[in-house]
Design a protein around this ligand. Structure first.
Ligand SMILES: *[C@@H]1O[C@H](CO)[C@@H](O)[C@H](O)[C@H]1NC(C)=O
Ligand SMILES: *[C@@H]1O[C@H](CO)[C@@H](O)[C@H](O)[C@H]1NC(C)=O
Ligand SMILES: *[C@@H]1O[C@H](CO)[C@@H](O)[C@H](O)[C@H]1NC(C)=O
Ligand SMILES: *[C@@H]1O[C@H](CO)[C@@H](O)[C@H](O)[C@H]1NC(C)=O
Ligand SMILES: *[C@@H]1O[C@H](CO)[C@@H](O)[C@H](O)[C@H]1NC(C)=O
Ligand SMILES: *[C@@H]1O[C@H](CO)[C@@H](O)[C@H](O)[C@H]1NC(C)=O
Ligand SMILES: *[C@@H]1O[C@H](CO)[C@@H](O)[C@H](O)[C@H]1NC(C)=O
Ligand SMILES: *[C@@H]1O[C@H](CO)[C@@H](O)[C@H](O)[C@H]1NC(C)=O
Ligand SMILES: *[C@@H]1O[C@H](CO)[C@@H](O)[C@H](O)[C@H]1NC(C)=O
Length: 514
């Protein structure tokens, strides 16, 4: 059994309610239906009191000054500022699909809190930070590199670095760079919502996989440190905040990780995305494949292996503590990265969004929880919510103002779709359209990069008797056309709730089971 957080000294194991540390989940891939369930007793609440205190203090002394409140950025690269995310070589790095590190997406509407408005409630839904490849992918990448190094006699030109490259990426875990993304996200959240955050604690939940829980903790560390550095804030006596876990695995109801809808997990719907991606790969990969095989004589890379070589760019980049761009990146052109971004977008769209008949349905449970939180009424849902958790005020309290949930890219995609976000953009199979779609706001890199974050804000505004809602995804204000959003992207609470009929009716959950 592995320790919950391998980066921490083993004697500092967190205390959990039933005394069991988390097992590391071996997740095979984005649409894996083979997650290994931990079948032992389940626990819902982790209290991390002594541990997290130690961790935060360590963070203060070993990292650069951000946690201590100085202006030194946490990552040495100037192109990775905490506030606007990853801006190193954006002509490449903003086209890595879900493997892009978080960056501020351009917004047609100002993200500032509108004047005359006071935020009264915020829900953040966040992806974990940058990670190593999943276990199955890391093996595939290792094998691809092995094949290249075994078969190619000499590495020249742009390929010279491969001669001495050694594959050392791990599997599934957050990287140091990914941890820092999450600390930065917590700090950014504190600063944006300071009026609430200086005196209130966030209520935190996480899906149970290691990297997600660790992301949640790093986020709380960034939030806490920003509050500590804020002279006018109330003492943060509630830190470390409890983190409520929703367990991942077959048979577990979990609104932050899909698993129980049989037709979606194992039926024909589960193949749609692969088919769409394969079709596009056959179009965009062959010229790249031909160039690589010519430059690496003997390598004989297949279409899939050519994509592996592209994947090695983002994964080696986020494996560098400071996010230094990997030499794999410059083996490909800008327009090839655009094609790659589209390839990844296809996977999300046809796997988890409107391109999949049951994609949006997987996000319904979370949206029904959001409705409960926005309206201070109990959760009404018959899909993926766990009633044991949601009917208990200790694990699903109402009436709070700051909620923070930590999840995965796929699940966030289903939630966005269950809310009707991006529904007025069409996906058409080619790269030209990708640019058009990017302008309209939908791509995997714009929606679910590493450390992606959506804010659902409720605000009270002068001149408006009813509270208003805004939704901001990676700093891009959503137009909320589904509920008649105004020119600042705001809908009245009533109209916003009215637009969530799909979730209220349970989506197409009845189609999950034969
Ligand atoms: C690879 O390593 C060898 C031996 O250390 C060295 O001579 C060579 O210059 C290196 N090649 C590159 C491209 O760095
Ligand atoms: C790559 O595969 C080799 C076995 O062929 C193994 O020894 C090595 O540990 C693997 N490397 C990583 C980082 O998984
Ligand atoms: C993230 O959290 C882990 C576990 O709590 C801790 O070991 C690590 O130092 C944190 N990372 C940063 C950058 O603070
Ligand atoms: C619901 O959550 C409780 C507490 O974590 C857990 O014991 C139970 O197994 C969960 N049930 C399902 C169906 O997920
Ligand atoms: C999907 O199939 C796997 C493998 O047969 C099985 O373990 C899992 O329980 C199935 N999931 C659902 C939701 O039916
Ligand atoms: C190249 O790889 C393919 C499989 O992808 C294989 O069928 C073929 O024999 C290989 N060619 C050489 C020359 O190794
Ligand atoms: C889990 O979800 C199923 C399907 O919606 C539901 O029938 C069951 O009551 C749920 N279990 C819990 C503990 O909420
Ligand atoms: C939520 O509703 C409960 C009663 O159902 C009430 O006591 C509480 O004050 C309400 N909280 C808010 C923030 O409206
Ligand atoms: C993209 O789609 C347009 C319109 O359907 C078509 O004319 C064009 O040839 C396509 N381009 C590629 C690269 O497939």
């Amino acid at each position: 059994m592995e320790a919950l957080f391998p980066r921490i000294g083993s004697e500092k194991e967190p205390r959990v309610y039933d005394g069991l540390p988390l097992l590391r989940d071996d997740v095979a891939g984005p649409r894996s239906s083979s997650r290994k369930a931990h079948r032992g007793p389940i626990f819902a609440i982790m209290i991390l009191a002594p541990l997290a205190t130690v961790v935060v203090l360590l963070g203060w002394s070993t990292k650069s000054g951000i946690l201590a409140g100085s202006s030194t950025p946490p990552v040495s690269d100037d192109c990775d500022p905490a506030a606007s995310g990853f801006q190193c070589q954006p002509e490449f790095s903003h086209y890595w699909g879900q493997y892009s590190p978080y960056f501020t997406v351009p917004s047609d509407i100002s993200t500032d809190i509108p004047s005359g408005c006071e935020v009264t409630f915020v829900q953040i839904l966040s992806r974990h930070g940058a990670r190593d490849p999943t276990a199955s992918k890391t093996k595939t990448y290792n094998d691809t590199i092995k094949q290249v190094q075994a078969k190619v006699k000499s590495f020249t030109g742009p390929y010279a670095f491969i001669a001495n490259y050694s594959y050392t990426l791990g599997a599934d875990q957050l990287t140091t760079f990914g941890q820092e993304e999450m600390v930065n996200s917590g700090t950014k959240f504190y600063n944006r919502y300071r009026s609430l955050a200086k005196s209130l604690e966030p209520f935190v939940r996480s899906s149970s996989e290691n990297r997600v829980v660790e992301s949640a903790l790093n986020w709380t560390q960034g939030f806490h440190a920003a509050r500590q550095a804020d002279k006018s804030a109330a003492v943060d006596s509630g830190f470390p905040y409890p983190v409520i876990l929703q367990y991942e695995g077959d048979g577990f109801n979990n609104t932050l990780n899909h698993a129980i809808c049989a037709e979606f997990e194992n039926g024909t719907d589960s193949e749609i995305a692969d088919d769409a991606q394969d079709a596009w790969a056959k179009i965009f990969v062959p010229p790249i494949q031909a160039r690589l095989n010519a430059g690496l004589p003997g390598a004989n890379l297949s279409i899939d292996q050519t994509i592996n070589m592209m994947d090695l760019c983002p994964f080696n980049t986020v494996a560098n503590d400071d996010g230094t761009i990997s030499p794999f990146c410059s083996l490909f052109t800008e327009s090839e990265w655009h094609s790659y971004a589209y390839y990844q977008t296809l996977g999300k769209y046809y796997g988890f969004s409107y391109g999949n008949p049951l994609g949006p349905t997987q996000g319904v449970g979370f949206v029904n929880e959001l409705i409960a939180r926005l309206t201070n009424t109990s959760v009404q849902d018959h899909t993926s919510t766990n009633h044991t958790l949601d009917e208990n005020p200790a694990t699903f309290p109402l009436g709070r103002k700051l909620y923070a949930d930590f999840s995965h890219d796929n699940d966030m995609t289903t939630v966005f779709s269950a809310m009707g976000l991006y529904s007025d953009t069409l996906l058409l199979p080619n790269t030209t359209i990708v640019e058009a779609r990017a302008a309209a706001g939908y791509s995997a890199a714009w929606t679910v990069p590493f450390a992606a974050r959506a804010y659902i804000e409720k605000m009270q505004c002068r001149g408006h008797s009813e509270e208003l809602i805004r939704v901001i995804v990676n700093d891009r204000v959503q137009p909320l056309s589904s509920c008649g959003g105004d020119d600042l992207g705001r809908c009245t609470l009533g109209k916003f709730l009215g637009s969530l009929g799909f979730a209220k009716m349970g989506g197409f959950w009845d189609q999950c089971f034969g």
